[in-house]
Structures are given as structure tokens and as C-alpha cells.
Write a new protein. Structure first.
Length: 327
């Protein structure tokens, strides 16, 4: 067998600006991987994340380093040993899922989901800003059932207060992206509890999370930057209540399914999340997220322009992908 490999670096404009504790973005920068066999092509998309030491060039380089194995028809199972977890492997793994579906004529969901996939309610992200500006964003999206509120600066109690007042009917997740400290975590957690926040995501820097063992969890706490693959789980027991699974961290849908299933066995709640990417990156995650406790697959909602055949969003309800998009 001989397969062909192609990679493209692409930019998709964000509608406005997206800000978290680490900085701001006006464009989604993604790498698309295409694997072809006999004129049939499978696609996968990833988002290189400098936080994990990734750049567009390093990700393309990692994919290129696997060119010969991909050409020889490496399986998804063997890919896990051949490439490290991360964005590059995600793009290749998802391209292989798509290619397998197209070559076999069977949707990826038949292998990835026990029952046919259904539309899911996704969170919608409120970008980090001053409390009044975040309240205005929340007011504009107050009919959405679940808002994810970016935190991580000083004054987070005021932000939670402002957003909760502006969207009183929405459930709230707050995501500090590692921005809280040992000094302010108790005060911020009390504010989250007072305003009935449903979940707190990654309050402390990864590696500085041992304090979570000692303090009460009036609101459940979800690992994001602290969890990558199923191998991360043992050290998170007793610290976190939930894990946020992203394909760019696990290195694809194959390893993400393993993380999800192992997390469930160990008693963790499950969120399926994303980076700022297009519908091509969300599509496999929609299959992974069937049955998840929280779904955070709003990447395309933040874009000014998505790909052709993008996922259908009806309000916050996201439908499984069409075969023209993926799988
Ligand atoms: C479209 C939403 C932002 C996606 C989701 N709701 C979400 O919050 N995801 C991440 C946020 C990570 O996004 C970042 C952060 C950053 O510092 C730089 C980037 C991105 C990204 O997606 N692309 C660039 C590299 C979360 O923390 O849960
Ligand atoms: Mg997060």
C-alpha cells in the first residue's frame, strides 16, 4: 500500500478578539493533514499550542517525520507508539479516521459511538475582559444554557458576579487557564460557589495543583492544562473531579477515547473541549462527546468564517458532522 501525505497551515479570522489569561487572538491558526489512498482523501485538523511547546513549524515537522510510516499505511493503534501525544498526532489520527470511513463506506461514528450520535448542547465562551464588558457579552448570549467564562486576572470575583447577573438563566463554567494563585484560590472559589457556578476549570498552574487536595471543593474542579492522556490520570486522583479532554492534547480521537473511558472508570466527570479551530477539528470531538457531562465545542461559533460543510449549530445545539465534512 502507498498513501500520500499533505499538510497545510491555514488561518481563519475570529469574529472580534478572543482573550484568555495568556493573551489575545484574532485568528485561528490551524494545521490540516490530508492522507490519501487511491485518490480518496481523509482530513484532520489540529491547533499547535505554544503553551505545550508547539508551533506551526514544529507540528508540520512532526507530521513530516512520520511520512514514511504514513505512506506505508500505519494503523491508528501503531501511530500511538510512532508519534508523541499532541497536536501533530491529532491531525494524522483524525485524517486516518476520515480516510478509513471513506474507504470502507462506513461512518466513523459506527466505530466510535455505541449508538448513533445526537446533537449536543455546547458551552459558549465569554472572552476575558473587564467585568462590565464580560457582562455585556453574557447579556448578548443570555439565552444560551451554558456559558464558559474566561477568568485569570485580578478581580475575578467581580467578573463572576457581573456575568451571573447578566445571564441569570445560564449555567456557568469558569476557566482560569492556570491564572489563580495559592493566595486567591479560596476567595475565588467562594465567589464561584455563591453564584452557583457549575464547574471551575484549571484554577492553578499545572504542577502547582497539589493544594487542591487540601482545600474544600464547594464547586467541582476540572483539569485542563493538567491532563493530557490517560497516563495523566493517576496523579490527578484526589485533586480534580473532572477532566477536560481535547484531541489536541491526547493526540487524536483514538487516544481521547482511551482517556475518556479510563477517566470514567476512575470516577472522574468528563468534559470534551477544544481549541480555537474550525468544524473539521470539532467533528471527531462531537463523536467523543456523546455522553459527556459537559461539551465545550464552540470553536466555529467564535469564527467569522468556518470551512465548507461546517457543523450545524442551532443556538448552542451542535449536530454530528456530515460525511462531506469528516468521517
Ligand atoms: C473557541 C474557544 C476558545 C474554545 C474553548 N471554549 C476554550 O475555551 N478552549 C481553551 C482555550 C485555549 O485556547 C487558546 C489559548 C491560547 O492561549 C492560545 C491559543 C488558544 C487556541 O485555541 N489557539 C491559540 C494557540 C480552554 O482553555 O479550554
Ligand atoms: Mg480550559
Amino acid at each position: 500500500m502507498t498513501r500520500e501525505l499533505a499538510t497545510d497551515i491555514e488561518g481563519f479570522p475570529i469574529a472580534g478578539v478572543f482573550t484568555i489569561s495568556r493573551g489575545s487572538r484574532t485568528e485561528a491558526r490551524v494545521v490540516r493533514c490530508t492522507v490519501s489512498e487511491n485518490g480518496v482523501s481523509g482530513h484532520g485538523e489540529c491547533v499547535p499550542y505554544p503553551r505545550y511547546g508547539e508551533s506551526e513549524d514544529s507540528v508540520v515537522g512532526q507530521i513530516e517525520a512520520a511520512r514514511q510510516e504514513i505512506a506505508n499505511g500505519i494503523s491508528r493503534a501503531d501511530l500511538i507508539a510512532a508519534m508523541p501525544a499532541g497536536a501533530a498526532r491529532n491531525a494524522v489520527d483524525c485524517a486516518l479516521w476520515d480516510l478509513e470511513a471513506k474507504l470502507s463506506g462506513k461512518r466513523a461514528s459506527t466505530a466510535a459511538c455505541p449508538i448513533p450520535p445526537r446533537p449536543l448542547q455546547t458551552a459558549y465562551t465569554i472572552s476575558l475582559a473587564e467585568p462590565e464588558e464580560m457582562a455585556a457579552q453574557a447579556r448578548a448570549h443570555a439565552t444560551r444554557p451554558l456559558l464558559k467564562v474566561k477568568l485569570g486576572g485580578k478581580n475575578d470575583a467581580a467578573r463572576i458576579h457581573a456575568v451571573a447577573g447578566a445571564a441569570p438563566d445560564s449555567r456557568l463554567i469558569v476557566d482560569a487557564n492556570e491564572g489563580w494563585t495559592e493566595e486567591n484560590i479560596r476567595e475565588n472559589m467562594l465567589a464561584a460557589a455563591e453564584f452557583h457556578v457549575a464547574l471551575i476549570e484549571q484554577p492553578l498552574p499545572a504542577g502547582k495543583d497539589e493544594i487542591l487536595r487540601e482545600i474544600p471543593h464547594p464547586v467541582p474542579i476540572c483539569a485542563d492544562e493538567s491532563v493530557h492522556t490517560a497516563q495523566s490520570l493517576p496523579e490527578l486522583a484526589g485533586l480534580y473531579d473532572f477532566v477536560n479532554i481535547k484531541l489536541d492534547k491526547t493526540g487524536g480521537l483514538t487516544a481521547a477515547m482511551e482517556l475518556r473511558d479510563r477517566a470514567r472508570e476512575m470516577g472522574f466527570g468528563v468534559m470534551v473541549g477544544c481549541m480555537v479551530g474550525t468544524s473539521l477539528a470539532m467533528a471527531p470531538a462531537v463523536l467523543l462527546a456523546q455522553g459527556a457531562d459537559y461539551v465545550d465545542l464552540d470553536g466555529p461559533l467564535l469564527l467569522a468564517k468556518d470551512r465548507a460543510h461546517g457543523l450545524s449549530y442551532s443556538g448552542s445545539l451542535v449536530s454530528p458532522p456530515s460525511p462531506q465534512l469528516w468521517g
